[in-house]
Structure formats: structure tokens, C-alpha cells
Design a protein around this ligand. Structure first.
Ligand code: ADE
Length: 228
């Protein structure tokens, strides 16, 4: 998968060199390009924002640098690109979204800052690519960088070959619509706390039933909304 990111904080994405996603890049599963929006400004101050038409608080990101940055990225990548603008005003990102986006060939993330991006950037981009505004939750961040990082991690680990043991993807929170069951490892007793005996029984049917029960109990307690 090709991933391009447009941001005024390219260093933010240096951490994508490490961990599982870093390995996926080294092995060529993920091909990442990070682009500094300011490289597409042409004034001495490398200005990316200006005051809003109609007045109001805060600054709005200017369209010209965005247009030029996306002009350089969109035709160059493979397939039919999907451009994602992280925004608290977007559709909510879920595990289902991550699963869907893991099939894309080319994702472009446009990280906005300040009070937003000039609306014409979305309209212009939508005239030549698929565009989605995506929120990672009902809270407000300072910009799209942290949201982009969260989405890339959630999507990237679903791409075949990124996570070593694909079985581990199946048994985790949200994959079956429920929260994950509690996990234990050795020692069997620690600070006076025992591992639930069923997990030591070797009875696979009983273990599966216990885990299911734990998932249902935890989901009902913490996230009753998931049970519908
Ligand atoms: N930018 C600011 N807040 C955001 C959020 N909750 N999700 C995605 N992008 C954002």
C-alpha cells in the first residue's frame, strides 16, 4: 500500500520508522511519503494560513499550498487514490473502517491545523479523487496528525504480512463486535492472585466458553452500546 501524508509537522511521523509499521516499510509492504505543506508555499514566511472570510476566531489554511501539494501526489500514486482529511466533523473511524481501508492501494492523509482548511480544497480534491472526512472520536485535537497516526496504525496492522501471526488479529477487541477477554501468562500465582483455574484445565471447550462469557460481561459493563 502507498501512503502519502501532507502536514506542516513532517517530523511527527518519524516514529513510523520503528515497530511493526517500520518493519512493514522495510519489507516494502507499506510505501510511505511524508510531505511538508510549507514546501508548497512561495512567500518568505512560508505562510499556510490566513484570517477567515466573514470573520470569526482562528485561522484557516490557505488553498494554494494544499492544491500544489496534492497535485504532486495524486497522479503519481498507484490505482485510484482515497484522500482522507482527519476532521472532528467527519464520519467516525471504527474497526470496520480500518478493515475497509486496509484494501486500498493508495491512501493520502491531509492533516489540517488551526480552525480548518479552505472548503475549496475538499471540493477541488473531490473532483479528481475520492475524498472522506474522518474523525477518530468525539473530541477535538489540535490537528490531524495524531488522528492520522492512529488510523495508519489501525489500518496498517490489518494489511497481510504486517502482523506476524494473523490469528492474533481475530481474537481482539472489536473484531467480533465485543470487547476482548482478559489475558494471563505465567506465573500461575502472582502477589496472591491466581490465574482463573479454567485456563489451566486444558479443556478447550470450557476455556472458549469462559472467554466468551468474560467478553459479554465486560462489554455489557463497559460498552453496553455495542450490544445494541
Ligand atoms: N482533528 C481534530 N480533532 C479531530 C478528531 N477528533 N478526529 C480527526 N481529526 C481531528
Amino acid at each position: 500500500m502507498r501512503i502519502d501524508i501532507v502536514t506542516i509537522f513532517p517530523e511527527f511521523f518519524d516514529v513510523l520508522d520503528i515497530s511493526l509499521l517500520g518493519k512493514a516499510r522495510q519489507s516494502g509492504i507499506i510505501d510511505l511519503g511524508v510531505h511538508n505543506l510549507r514546501d508548497h508555499t512561495h512567500d518568505r514566511h512560508r505562510t499556510v494560513d490566513d484570517t477567515p472570510y466573514g470573520g470569526g476566531a482562528g485561522m484557516v489554511m490557505k488553498p494554494e499550498p494544499w492544491g500544489e501539494a496534492l497535485d504532486g501526489i495524486l497522479p503519481a500514486g498507484p490505482g485510484d487514490p482515497l484522500v482522507i482529511f482527519p476532521s472532528p466533523a467527519g464520519e467516525v473511524f471504527t474497526q470496520a473502517t480500518a478493515r475497509e481501508l486496509a484494501h486500498e492501494q493508495h491512501l493520502v492523509f491531509g492533516c489540517g491545523r488551526y480552525e480548518g482548511i479552505d472548503q475549496r480544497v475538499f471540493d477541488d480534491t473531490a473532483s479528481r479523487a475520492r475524498v472522506r472526512l474522518v474523525s477518530i472520536g468525539d473530541y477535538v485535537l489540535n490537528g490531524g496528525e495524531v488522528a492520522t497516526m492512529a488510523m495508519i496504525e489501525a489500518i496498517g496492522r490489518l494489511i497481510p504480512g504486517v502482523v506476524g501471526n494473523p490469528e492474533s488479529l481475530v481474537q481482539e477487541s472489536h473484531e467480533d463486535g465485543l470487547l476482548e477477554y482478559p489475558s494471563y501468562t505465567k506465573p500461575a500465582e502472582w502477589r496472591g492472585r491466581d490465574v482463573p483455574p479454567v485456563l489451566l484445565s486444558g479443556n478447550h471447550g470450557a476455556i472458549a466458553a469462559w472467554r466468551r462469557e468474560q467478553q459479554l460481561e465486560r462489554t455489557a459493563r463497559v460498552r453496553p452500546d455495542l450490544l445494541g
